[in-house]
Design a binder for this molecule. Structure first.
Ligand code: UT7
Length: 319
């Protein structure tokens, strides 16, 4: 049996930080409202010249260095994003060129805020097939580009960033289990309902959301999918060392941990500093906790995604 393990992590955040106080200067909002409803204090925002592949590059270089491999060892790139550089070519292909590697398959995966968990699960299956040995799995976003900055209901929630892991074939399992789900009948509660047509955008190019519907859905499915994933390998939530849910809102994170019977000390939180970075949020939080020494070899980490589609999923990983 061929398994896959995470052997290196990396991340990148744009330099520019926008605080709640900054937003309160141009929107009818306040630091108090944003903190108490979401836990967010600040977010990083990309320069207008920085695209998703630009953010993905330093995150990938860091993950490759942490894995102790050469970029040319990578034989598969799966990149999760909802804010691609172009309609096409894929952001994965653009990242491949920036990494200076040629020939390996590279493609984007679109599952919004579940994108990284989807991509990790797909890469695990590719490696398990025996056809690939070393995958670069990336989540990268410039959500600042799809926000209506005059809409206080959504503009305060999101940020930009990228995270990456190197997943390598191994005799010992690293991705212990994963579960993916979607229900397209909930498409309209979180969407950017526009497309490029005849040289213009038809529909809307801005993120639209029914916040309360998303909140309720997220809390329900994050609990269910964590239990489902742990059960696949005969485990229960108590066996988890660290919980990394998609970093959407501190209240969603805390209520998920509570429902799973996990104390706050097992929850990795970055939403306070990063905001919601969609597909980048889980690998960013993973990298942060690996680098600050909380997540160590042998630890079992539950990674969870939930977002537009609606999509949701989880991967239980032994580091
Ligand atoms: O990856 C998934 C992405 N999405 C999410 O994670 C969103 C999940 N949902 C949420 O996090 C919450 O629903 C929100 C943080 C978006 C909103 O919190 P809420 O407690 O559900 O507030 P609400 O939408 O019920 O709005 C309460 C009030 C409204 O005013 P009225 O109608 O009571 O007068 C809003 O207009 O808060 C108002 N409001 C704001 N006030 C100050 C909405 N946004 C803001 C704001 N500042 N930024």
């Amino acid at each position: 049996m061929i398994y896959s393990r995470i052997v290196g992590t990396g991340s990148y955040l744009p330099e520019k930080i926008v605080t709640n106080a900054d937003l309160a200067q141009r929107l009818d909002t306040s630091d108090e409202w944003i903190r108490s409803r979401t836990g967010i204090r600040q977010r990083h925002i990309a320069e207008s010249t920085q695209s998703s592949s630009d953010l993905a590059l330093p995150a990938s270089i860091q993950a490759i260095a942490a894995a102790g491999i050469d970029a040319s060892d990578i034989d598969l790139i799966i990149l999760a994003t909802s804010t691609p550089d172009y309609v096409f070519p894929s952001t994965a292909c653009l990242l491949q060129a920036k990494l200076g590697i040629h020939g390996c398959p590279a493609f984007d995966l679109q599952a919004v805020c579940s994108g990284f968990v989807y991509a990790l699960s797909v890469a695990d299956k590719f490696i398990g097939s025996g056809q690939h040995k070393c995958a670069l799995v990336v989540g990268t976003e410039v959500f600042s580009r799809i926000l209506d900055w005059s809409d206080r209901g959504t503009a305060v929630l999101f940020g930009d960033g990228a995270g990456a892991v190197v997943l390598r074939a191994d005799k010992r399992p690293g991705i212990l289990a994963s579960a993916l789900h979607a229900d397209g009948s909930y498409a309209d509660i979180l969407s950017v309902p526009g497309n490029v047509c005849g040289g213009r955008i038809t529909g809307s190019a801005f993120l639209q959301m029914n916040g309360q519907a998303v909140f309720k859905f997220a809390v329900k499915v994050l609990d269910e999918v964590a239990r489902e994933t742990a059960a696949q390998c005969g485990m229960t939530p108590e066996d988890i060392d660290w919980l990394i849910p998609h970093q959407a809102n501190l209240r969603i994170l805390e209520s998920t941990a509570k429902k799973l019977g996990l104390g706050p000390e097992k929850l990795i939180v970055t939403v306070d500093r990063h905001g919601n970075t969609s597909a980048a949020s889980v690998p960013l939080a993973l990298d942060l906790a690996v680098r600050d020494g909380r997540i160590r070899p042998g630890h079992k980490v539950m990674l969870q995604g939930v977002g537009g589609g609606f999509t949701w999923g989880a991967a239980l990983v032994e580091m």
